[in-house]
Write a protein that binds this ligand. Structure first.
Ligand SMILES: Nc1ncnc2c1ncn2[C@@H]1O[C@H](COP(=O)(O)OP(=O)(O)OP(=O)(O)O)[C@@H](O)[C@H]1O
Length: 228
């Protein structure tokens, strides 16, 4: 169906580790994300959620199975095509912000747009709009080191959404924040997701946050199942 933004089918991934010889992290993981939905990904530590997110975001390849984004199958595509798909369609947020330290908050949100061919003027306007929506417009000219942890993550969300991706993938996006800040920053992220109409797959250990999403999936034993 057209409104499936991300489809993962039968993903398998084994790492060769030396001794013991190998670890089978994904054993046939399936997922369909629809436009506009926010899905929580919960998993015990080491279950493979980072592996799943990296494969879904075309940063890594599965041993078998397929990844489709916006109806386009990435299987067997070369690096150039995968990079183009990722730049156009995927936004990433990590536990740590990964903002470029020598650039301001505004520049961090502008740069990915310039890389995608957006004009400087349009990129700045979109960046200021995004920063305003998460309440950090007044920090636009500060470098990351001058921002609080919560502000850094808000800027990281704006950067991830700068190119209007179809899919947002987040790996413990509030895992590095104290509980009060985590709650506020998560609310800002959910507002952005709702306003943008994109789909989001958000890994979290926090079951209260997970319960605020549309549904919850558990990664355990290498497959995805609905979680209560
Ligand atoms: N490049 C690699 N080479 C070998 N083993 C790896 C590699 N990457 C991950 N693993 C192993 O695969 C398993 C899953 O790792 P992954 O990072 O995906 O888990 P995770 O669910 O994100 O864990 P956490 O919640 O602790 O971050 C772990 O046993 C890990 O040690």
């Amino acid at each position: 169906m057209n409104d499936v933004t991300l489809r993962l089918s039968g993903l398998k991934k084994t790492y060769l580790k030396g001794t013991p010889a190998e670890v089978q992290v994904l054993r046939g993981a399936d997922l369909e994300l629809r436009a506009g939905e926010a899905v929580a990904l919960v998993a015990p530590s080491g279950a493979g959620k980072s592996t799943l997110l990296h494969i879904a975001g075309l940063l890594d390849t599965p041993d078998s199975g397929t990844v489709e984004i916006g109806g386009q199958d990435a299987t067997g595509k070369g690096d150039r095509t995968r990079t183009a798909m990722r730049r156009r369609d995927v936004g990433f947020v990590y536990q740590f912000h990964h903002l470029l330290p020598e650039f301001t908050a505004l520049e961090n949100v502008v740069l990915p747009q310039l890389a995608n061919g957006v004009s400087d003027r349009a990129a700045k306007a979109r960046a200021m709009d995004l920063l305003g929506r998460v309440g950090v417009a007044d920090r636009a000219d500060h470098r990351p080191a001058a921002l609080s942890g919560g502000e850094q993550q808000r800027v990281a969300f704006c950067r991830a959404l700068a190119n209007e991706p179809r899919v947002l993938l987040a790996d413990e996006p509030t895992g590095n924040l104290d509980p009060g800040t985590s709650d506020q920053v998560f609310a800002a992220l959910m507002d952005l997701v709702r306003e943008s109409g994109l789909s989001a797959l958000i890994a979290t250990h926090n079951l209260d946050l997970a319960a605020r999403m549309d549904r919850m999936l558990r990664l355990d034993g290498g497959v995805l199942r609905p979680a209560e």
